[in-house]
Design a protein around this ligand. Structure first.
Ligand code: BES
Ligand code: MN
Ligand code: ZN
Length: 506
């Protein structure tokens, strides 16, 4: 989507459709009142006659707009003014953008950055508008014989009443557009079936991002031979039952002023299909285990967004990719494997495979002496039991890092919730035969999974995001959500901001 920021009078702006926010129980916003005056109180009259329902996220098209430069108005309800903060704003925004992309128009102008929010500035609103229009434009119909007709909207203008805010809006819109495209890329990777999106396919995606980056992203792929040479026995144990070879994908981005600045590392779980292995999963809903590479997909989406935003940071992205299948060579319950760190693991359940690929990736991350490491994984069904489908589970060995991630999640409105990682839980992983077991029994499954990972994350500040409940929707809306690209991108942009404040560049 092309975008621009305009400070012109909204009554005069020539556009195929002007998106106008309206409260249910309050006066028109000042910029909207101007519009109203130019059109003989068109909006005000419809509101007072009760012909407009300004309930939250209700949208209404006025197919023609006398006295105005706009050919149409799309009125979007903000609900009650008192209650209209981030959550309501984003709901109204998404409803408006969803309606907009269905109209037979190729440009639109929106007045949504004019809505006052107590804790959010123009840059934030502009970012959210562009992210929302990108998400609304998303299609996944490459496997359908007759795809829905293509969207005609290609240009979105942000109407800003104060010229002083134009730079902030421009910056926000640029970031929002990049984040939205990153989210959509994550959704596509997630939605692709397991017979296409294999570990080798993910490796090719990394190579392609490397080529598109024109040298900004350095890509290294470790194949099974390289992994065996290295001693990544845990990662390799997961793919043993599959015809698809495993891969460790490493992408490096050096944007900081100094090459020596410690990098932030993101690690994604890339199980391109999880049958459970010999500890086979039940059949119902097993197709959804194609989404078990959602962590990896979110890393790719974040890379995509950051290659556009170009932050001044050093970053490393690691994807641990394998397919978990049962066959004669597959790892069996009771097998003991040796991890890259040298710790031995008794595999009591081959369906607890995510932690096995991640633990070797965590050890691999040590070589970068990271400033922080965040892994992202569809790790446990227990995360869905605990938090449902709204919050991502967050566990960490460092409270400052945890707070930074919670904060980023709030800003991006891609929220996480902190769970305890107390020592008391660690003994659930005791094994009679090896250094540790790969499962910790039924109680606190999300926490014991993180406990397992923590044994491999003792050399750096580390956090784990369990996105089992947030990476995709089931049911009629089945499909990848693109979470937590918003959170991750925001987390890294916040780190860039911190670094600039420290260096006094700001
Ligand atoms: N990928 C699954 C977790 C999962 C299950 C995510 C359902 C989303 C929906 C993971 O590999 C897994 O199978 N975990 C097991 C762990 C158990 C064996 C300790 C689980 O959660 O049941
Ligand atoms: Mn599993
Ligand atoms: Zn899994």
């Amino acid at each position: 989507m092309e975008f621009s920021v305009q400070t012109a009078n909204p009554a005069k702006i020539e556009t195929a459709c002007l998106v106008v926010p309206v409260y249910k129980d309050s006066d028109l916003l000042p910029a909207v009142a101007k519009l109203d005056d130019a059109s003989e109180q068109l909006i005000g009259q419809l509101v007072s006659r009760g012909d407009i329902d300004a309930s939250l996220a209700n949208v209404q098209l006025l197919p023609y707009a006398p006295g105005l430069g706009a050919q149409r108005l799309l009125l979007v309800g903000l609900g009650e003014r008192e209650k209209c903060q981030e959550a309501a704003y984003l709901k109204a925004l998404d409803a408006a953008m969803a309606a907009l992309v269905k109209l037979p128009i190729d440009d639109a102008s929106v007045m949504l950055t004019e809505v006052p929010l107590a804790d959010r500035d123009t840059a934030w609103k502009a970012r959210k508008v562009l992210e929302s229009i990108e998400r609304a434009s998303y299609r996944f119909d490459q496997f359908k014989r007759s795809p829905a007709p293509a969207q005609s909207l290609v240009q979105l203008n942000l109407m800003i009443s104060s010229a002083g805010e134009a730079d902030a809006a421009q910056r926000g819109a640029h970031q929002g557009s990049a984040i939205g495209q990153g989210i959509n890329y994550t959704r596509t990777l997630g939605n692709l079936p397991g017979n296409i999106c294999t570990p080798r396919y993910l490796a090719e995606q990394a190579e392609q991002l490397g080529r598109e980056s024109k040298g900004a992203l350095e890509v290294e792929i470790l194949d099974e031979e390289a992994l065996a040479e290295l001693g990544a026995g845990a990662l390799l144990s997961v793919g043993r039952g599959s015809r698809e070879p495993s891969r460790l994908i490493v992408m490096r981005y050096q944007g900081a002023e100094s090459a020596d600045e410690a990098p932030h590392v993101l690690i994604g779980k890339g199980i391109t299909f999880d049958t459970g292995g010999i500890s086979l999963k039940p059949g119902e809903g097993m197709d959804e285990m194609k989404f078990d590479m959602g962590g990896a997909a979110s890393v790719f989406g974040t890379v995509k967004a950051l290659l556009t935003i170009k932050p001044k940071l050093n970053l490393v992205f690691i994807v641990a990719a394998a397919e978990n299948m049962p066959d004669g060579a597959a790892t069996k319950p009771g097998d003991i494997i040796t991890t890259l760190k040298g710790l031995t693991v008794e595999v009591l359940n081959t369906d607890a495979e995510g932690r096995l690929v991640l633990c070797d990736a965590l050890t691999y991350a040590e070589r970068f002496t990271p400033a922080s490491v965040v892994d992202i994984a569809t790790l446990t069904g227990a995360a869905i039991v605990a938090l449902g489908h709204h919050a991502t589970g967050l566990l960490s060995n460092d409270d400052d890092l945890a707070l930074d991630l919670l904060d980023a999640g709030d800003t991006a409105w891609d929220r996480a919730w902190h769970l305890p990682l107390w020592d008391e839980y660690q003994e659930q992983l005791d094994s009679n035969f090896a250094d540790l077991a790969n499962i910790g029994g039924r109680p606190a499954g999300t926490i014991t999974a993180a406990c397992f990972l923590s044994r491999f994350a003792d050399r750096f500040p580390w956090a784990h995001l369990d996105i089992a409940g947030t990476a995709w929707h089931s049911g009629k809306q089945k499909g990848a959500t693109g979470r937590p690209v918003g959170l991750l991108t925001q987390y890294l942009l916040d780190r860039e901001n911190d670094a600039q404040v420290e260096n006094g560049d700001d």
